[in-house]
Design a protein around this ligand. Structure first.
Ligand SMILES: C[S@@+](CC[C@H](N)C(=O)[O-])C[C@H]1O[C@@H](n2cnc3c(N)ncnc32)[C@H](O)[C@@H]1O
Length: 244
């Protein structure tokens, strides 16, 4: 099922693969902390928008033995995800990859956790409410959901900010992220990506993506309508832990 962000990931996918690991530095420990003590039992953990699977591997290490369902609708990113999972004997035993939008995915009736890292802004507000309804319906009594919110929490101008700078062989992969308001509940991110070869820019292009913005207070208010509660986790990474 196509998502509105497919065009963005069609263009940016390879850079997402190269530059996201830097975003995960420290976020891996924050997610591990948020999942600490979870008893998954026989009920799987859903990794929403698993991307290339960095977070999937973090979940697998954080909750040993738990089954994981990694939902990734974008074919390019799913290719990288399958390569990561398929190339690791332990992950291959435990992780199922679904080529679906979360809200159309054939999920089991009970899930022990749902993880949505760097994803929730992709969901328009009505779909986001459907995600909360999904949690209310399927989360086990002791289950939890973990997601992250990052600034801005309202539509605002974000000046161009440098992303990671990663060298692979003779080439460097880098870029900037900037945003402009897009209506009263969203921003348009403009990511400019660059491949640099010995000081000379070899490739440069920009890709835009629509991203819905909201803060912890709005999250708490929306969740309350579904009898769900939120507790802030590691503030450095905007982690939010949702329980019944
Ligand atoms: C910025 S990436 C984050 C990937 C991964 N969670 C990580 O942090 O490394 C956002 C991901 O969300 C996925 N996505 C977008 N809309 C989705 C939806 N409706 N259901 C499931 N995944 C979605 C995209 O395809 C993309 O892989």
């Amino acid at each position: 099922m196509a998502t509105v962000s497919d065009a963005f990931y069609d263009r940016a996918g390879e850079f997402v693969g190269v530059l996201l690991p830097a975003v995960w530095q420290g976020m891996d420990a924050a997610l591990t902390g948020a999942l600490s003590g979870l008893d998954a039992g026989d009920d799987p953990i859903v990794d929403v928008g698993a991307g290339t699977g960095i977070g999937t591997a973090v979940i697998a290490a954080a909750v040993p033995g738990a089954e994981i369902i990694a939902v990734e609708p974008h074919r390019g990113l799913r290719t990288a995800l399958l390569a990561r999972i398929g190339g690791d004997d332990a992950l291959r035993e435990r992780v199922t990859v679904l080529d679906a939008d979360l809200l159309a995915a054939p999920l089991p009736e009970r899930i022990s956790a749902l993880v949505a890292m760097n994803v929730i802004g992709h969901f328009p507000p009505p779909d986001r409410r459907d995600v909360w309804a999904l949690l209310a319906q399927r989360l086990t009594p002791q289950g939890r959901a973990v997601l992250n919110l990052y600034p801005p929490a309202s539509p605002q101008h974000v000046p161009a900010t440098a992303m990671a700078d990663v060298r692979i062989g003779r080439l460097r992969y880098t870029g900037t992220a900037a945003a402009e308001p897009a209506g009263d509940d969203a921003i348009t991110w403009t990511m400019t990506y660059r491949v640099v070869d010995d000081g000379h820019t070899r490739t440069e292009f920009s890709a835009t993506d629509h991203w819905y913005v909201f803060g912890p207070e709005q999250l708490a208010a929306e969740l309350a309508e579904y009898d769900l509660h939120v507790t802030p986790g590691n503030p450095a990474h905007g982690i939010q832990v949702i329980t019944r």
